[in-house]
Design a protein around this ligand. Structure first.
Ligand SMILES: [Zn+2]
Ligand SMILES: [Zn+2]
Length: 142
């Protein structure tokens, strides 16, 4: 956890941004949450419960910085709003997303990833990122 906060402070300094108590509070909260995937609104709700007055805009901007710093990645693209998950300690995986109840199933299949790498290579394409997401209906919703 401290490593991640250090990483964030370093990133902010490199961007000439201030490491404000608000930014640190948001990061500490994210790291303390056990849920793998969350939205900006989840952060807002939790902060409000804790009587924190951090503005919504600050939360959105901080989440963007955390993605840029490589601490979070945005996942789940079915909705218009972004969902995030913590990168550290979470090995690369992809998602099955139920478009009815929002259930997210994580999967990892190295065959898919090597197939994608091969496709990129064949096309002389240098990968900078990869998003594998399957949408549909979960067992309970179908
Ligand atoms: Zn479902
Ligand atoms: Zn995930």
């Amino acid at each position: 956890m401290n490593d991640t906060i250090n990483l964030f402070q370093k990133y902010l300094r490199s961007k000439k941004l201030k490491c404000t108590p608000e930014r640190e509070e948001i990061l500490a909260l994210i790291l303390s949450m056990s849920g793998a995937h969350f939205e900006a609104d989840d952060i807002l709700t939790t902060l409000r419960k804790k009587k924190s007055k951090i503005a919504k805009g600050t939360i959105y901007r901080t989440l963007k910085h955390l993605v840029d710093a490589g601490i979070l990645r945005s996942v789940i693209f079915v909705d218009r709003h972004a969902h995030y998950e913590v990168v550290a300690g979470h090995k690369r995986h992809s998602h099955l997303v139920c478009i009815k109840c929002g259930k997210i199933i994580e999967f990892f299949d190295s065959k898919i990833y090597s197939a994608l790498a091969a496709i990129a290579k064949k096309n002389g394409f240098t990968e900078s990122g990869r998003k594998v997401e399957v949408t549909g209906f979960c067992r309970r919703c179908k």
